[in-house]
Design a protein around this ligand. Structure first.
Ligand SMILES: Nc1nc2c(c(=O)[nH]1)N[C@H]1C(S)=C(S)[C@@H](COP(=O)(O)OP(=O)(O)OC[C@H]3O[C@@H](n4cnc5c(=O)[nH]c(N)nc54)[C@H](O)[C@@H]3O)O[C@H]1N2
Ligand SMILES: Nc1nc2c(c(=O)[nH]1)N[C@H]1C(S)=C(S)[C@@H](COP(=O)(O)OP(=O)(O)OC[C@H]3O[C@@H](n4cnc5c(=O)[nH]c(N)nc54)[C@H](O)[C@@H]3O)O[C@H]1N2
Ligand SMILES: [Mo]
Length: 784
């Protein structure tokens, strides 16, 4: 079926916004209904049912909506509202007809919103925009591959090409893709992780020797205390609420640390239980700390100080001496350092009261087994790496790493972002990995580090990038400083986007561009050796299989693997060190190579085919072995920064609404926060609004302030009085991205600090709220 767009173009305007009360609980029956209705409406009952019943089952496909782990015993419906939205969005029968490309110029499409673009349906044929043309036109796969090879070969250096990856790409494809980039000769392999958990990888990699979760799924139900920091699981990891409910019922206490009151952290009505459907559900957070943005490191340090004080009062009973003596370094330096902790600074940086901090300290001291989970609220700050090291310090003091029911738990975003890294998607893979690649394939891959995401935008801006290849994703919308990124992308010679659906990055291009449409995870991937399965790694290092279940939406689609192989063969030929054709024929071949190159994948094919998966080894989790510089878990001394905000300004975070997946917008509503019909909102504490002289509901322009003096602004946003911490404000990603300066990144990880931007509000320059430049609802806001 080729389709007409299922939605009208939206003239998104903040004045159309309906603002209701924020919710105090998440999921429940409305959640399930919300998830089923669009699926059935779009796909028909039978296709929808095949999909929802196969989702996250052992022989089914892995849900692409987040990296939350699967329990050992799967429920019949192992999916959530937002997983169902993601599947519906991908498996929609609506497709973009060939006529679309002649009828819609790139310039005209630039005026459309991300929401509209995504709703046009699936991409079903390769299309090409020649130099000088304002339209894409159909092209054959072979011609597309030949063109890419020709442009790559014409460059002066392989480093003039960049190979970006988003986190949906499966292990096998990711492995082949990085091998393509490296055998061609570059480590320019930026990925969405650079904008996501890079700070986690940096901090944990240094202090415990591995940048991954130290817990197993089962640990949740064994924990005494779970502290959830900088994460909104009700929207972004909804199935985690079930694990939290089970933990709660088994006696765990839960503490939420978050500037915003997030419905999902307050109360959960589990749609799978009678209690959840008919009753009040389960209250989740026993304590809710509405922290000031960026204050989490100070909070952790204050609790650590309390731990030492308790140890002084009851020597030998509070610290885990056996663990610290055998497995940790740096204890004495840290103890000395926190002795002089400035309490005034702690209160200022956290915005909390001493009583709140003391209460959390008591909970921490009472608990034998503590898990701390986190996501973007900790990683996307300038001081993120040090904040995360303070999280680890606190856990180590009482031996909360490498014991059942305890650990450090970064909750990953994209469903295979962790696996992509394991497979070598990183601009700075260590020598050990590169040497193993060379040994396996007889290659000599480059050693110099490549670009991360921010550096890759800087390189585009400097005119250093001739070919850009994206394995999924939508970087121009996802990265900070939207207008700088747009300018950069327009300087790229050839922009190749390997995608499932239309997005902004297809329209923000230079001379030439290609859109190569691929199978999604729900679709059957048929190759010469038969139907293929792929594998992914979730947040707790579990590798499992994923198999497409429905017929591909178009016979012209290729798998991501086929596209990598197509480019590789055209570029590198069939006589080189890598037998690319064998990769495409049978993905078992790729898995055999992975087994030889990457530790932990012994008997990869056997364990994947027979058992649907396995858990990767993890030194700290399995045996308290810490592969760090000191050979021990490193307790570190960190001089934290204070996230300063001048008078009359606010600290802005940009986060996800309930109806979006990153830059994919499912609807303009954010049910849990009480927002409908427009995403152009900025949430501010009522007292701050009063101090700043704005009425609740006023239409404003938002300007960010940064050391480079550039005036970055978005226009026509509605201010909504909201329960957030004082001095802090929130808006949505990607609408807020033009406000985040490209140079404002986390120290040590270079992750855009999109949760800590200094802004000021001004009365809207234009009435009605639409942007002065660019069409309403687009990212093309004026003023840079
Ligand atoms: N449905 C859905 N699921 C998703 C995604 C999606 O877009 N939609 N995206 C996926 C991806 S890629 C990722 S990375 C994850 C993201 O998952 P989350 O990290 O939950 O995503 P955000 O919406 O950015 O929420 C950040 C949270 O941190 C809080 N926060 C902000 N600043 C601070 C701070 O300084 N301190 C503390 N303690 N809290 C703070 C915010 O109030 C908010 O609750 O979700 C994944 N899953
Ligand atoms: N201000 C601000 N900015 C942020 C964040 C934030 O919290 N605030 N979060 C950051 C984070 S955590 C992340 S992870 C990044 C996300 O950055 P990206 O991963 O680059 O962005 P996505 O929106 O997830 O990419 C969506 C596109 O992927 C394509 N796609 C979907 N499924 C598939 C598939 O199966 N195969 C292929 N080949 N393509 C597919 C579709 O064309 C779709 O348009 O954004 C970051 N940007
Ligand atoms: Mo992410």
């Amino acid at each position: 079926m080729t389709g007409k767009a299922p939605v009208q173009d939206i003239d998104e305007d903040a004045t159309a916004m309906e603002v209701g009360e924020p919710k105090h609980w998440a999921a429940g029956v409305p959640g399930v209904l919300h998830s089923m209705v669009p699926a059935i409406k779009d796909m028909g009952l039978s296709r929808a049912l095949t999909l929802v019943t196969d989702m996250n089952q052992k022989d089914g496909f892995d849900c692409m909506s987040c990296a939350w782990a699967d329990p050992e015993e799967r429920k019949t419906f192992e999916f959530c509202e937002n997983g169902a939205k993601a599947v519906t969005w991908e498996a929609t029968p609506v497709t973009i007809p060939t006529s679309f490309w002649a009828e819609n110029s790139i310039t005209s499409l630039e005026g459309k919103s991300e929401y509209w673009l995504g709703m046009q349906g699936r991409l079903i044929e390769p299309v090409y925009k020649p130099k000088g043309s304002d339209n894409y036109e159909p092209i054959t796969w072979d011609a597309a591959f030949a063109l890419i090879a020709e442009r790559l070969k014409a460059m002066d250096s392989p480093n003039e090409a960049t190979f970006y990856t988003s986190g949906r790409t499966a292990n096998e494809t990711a492995f082949a893709y990085q091998l393509l980039a490296r055998t061609f000769g570059t480590n320019n392999l930026p990925d969405c992780s650079n904008m996501c958990h890079e700070s986690t990888g940096k901090a944990l990699g240094e202090v415990i020797g591995i940048g991954k979760n130290t817990i197993a799924y089962k640990d949740f139900e064994k924990a005494d205390l779970i502290i959830i920091m900088g994460q909104n699981p009700g929207t972004n990891h909804p199935r985690m609420l079930t694990a939290l409910e089970e933990a709660k019922q088994a006696g765990a206490e839960i503490v939420a640390v978050n500037p915003l009151m997030e419905a999902g952290l307050v109360r959960y009505k589990n749609p799978q239980t009678v209690r959840g459907i008919l009753g009040k559900g389960t209250g989740l957070a026993d304590q809710y700390l509405q922290i000031r943005a960026g204050g989490d490191g100070w909070l952790m340090k204050a609790i650590s100080q309390k731990v030492f004080q308790a140890e002084d009062a009851r020597p030998g009973t509070v610290l885990d001496h056996a663990f610290l003596d055998e497995h940790c370094s740096g204890l004495d330096e840290f103890r000395e350092h926190v002795k002089d902790l400035d309490h005034e600074m702690v209160l200022r940086a956290t915005g909390l009261t001493q009583a709140q901090i003391d209460e959390l300290a008591e909970r921490y001291l009472r608990a034998d087994k503590v898990i701390i989970t986190w996501a973007m609220g900790l990683t996307q700050h300038r001081d993120a790496v040090r904040i995360l090291k303070e999280v680890i310090n606190l856990l180590l003091l009482r031996g909360n790493i490498g014991k059942p029911g305890a650990g450090a738990s970064p909750i990953r975003g994209h469903s295979n972002v962790q696996g992509d890294r394991t497979m070598g998607i990183w601009e700075q893979m260590p020598e050990k990995f590169l040497a193993a690649l060379d040994k396996e394939f007889g290659t000599t891959v480059p050693r110099a580090h490549g670009y991360d995401v921010v550096q890759s935008v800087e390189a585009m801006l400097a005119g250093k990038t001739k070919v850009w290849i994206s394995m999924g994703g939508n970087l121009v919308s996802a990265v900070s400083d939207t207008h700088a990124a747009e300018e950069g992308f327009r300087k790229v010679g050839l922009n190749v986007q390997i995608s499932t659906k239309l997005n902004r990055n297809h329209l923000t291009v230079g001379d030439e561009a290609l859109i190569l449409p691929v199978l999604g995870r729900t679709e059957i991937d048929m190759q010469a050796a038969g139907p293929q399965m792929l594998s992914v790694e979730d947040s707790v290092c579990a590798i499992h299989s994923t198999r497409g279940k429905v017929k591909p939406i178009s016979p012209l689609l290729r798998s991501e693997m086929s596209v990598v192989v197509g480019i590789a063969r055209a570029l590198l030929g069939d006589d080189g060190p890598v037998d690319w054709a064998s990769f495409e024929r049978d993905y078992d071949v790729v898995r055999d190579h992975i087994e030889h190159v990457i530790p932990g994948f012994d008997d990869f094919n056997k364990r994947l085919h027979a058992d649907n998966g396995f858990i990767l080894p993890h030194g700290p989790r399995d045996s308290r072995t810490f592969p760090t510089a000191t050979g021990k878990a490193m307790i570190t001394v960190n001089d934290l920064e204070y996230l300063d905000c001048p008078p009359g300004r606010l600290l802005l975070q940009s986060m996800r609404a309930h109806d979006q997946f990153n830059t994919t917008i499912y609807s303009l509503d954010d049910r849990y926060r009480g927002i409908k019909k427009s995403r152009r909102v900025i949430f501010v504490h009522p007292d701050d609004l009063a101090d700043l002289g704005f009425a609740d509901g006023a239409i404003v322009d938002v300007h960010s302030e940064y050391t480079d003096g550039v005036d970055r602004a978005v226009h026509g946003f509605k201010v909504v009085a909201f329960p957030t911490s004082r001095g802090c404000a929130a808006t949505y990603f990607p609408e807020g991205n033009p406000l985040v300066p490209l140079g404002l990144t986390a120290l040590g990880s270079n992750t855009p600090a999109s949760k800590g931007v200094v802004i000021r509000l001004e009365p809207a320059a234009t009435a009605g709220g639409a942007d002065a430049a660019g069409a309403p609802g687009t990212l093309a806001t004026a003023g840079r």
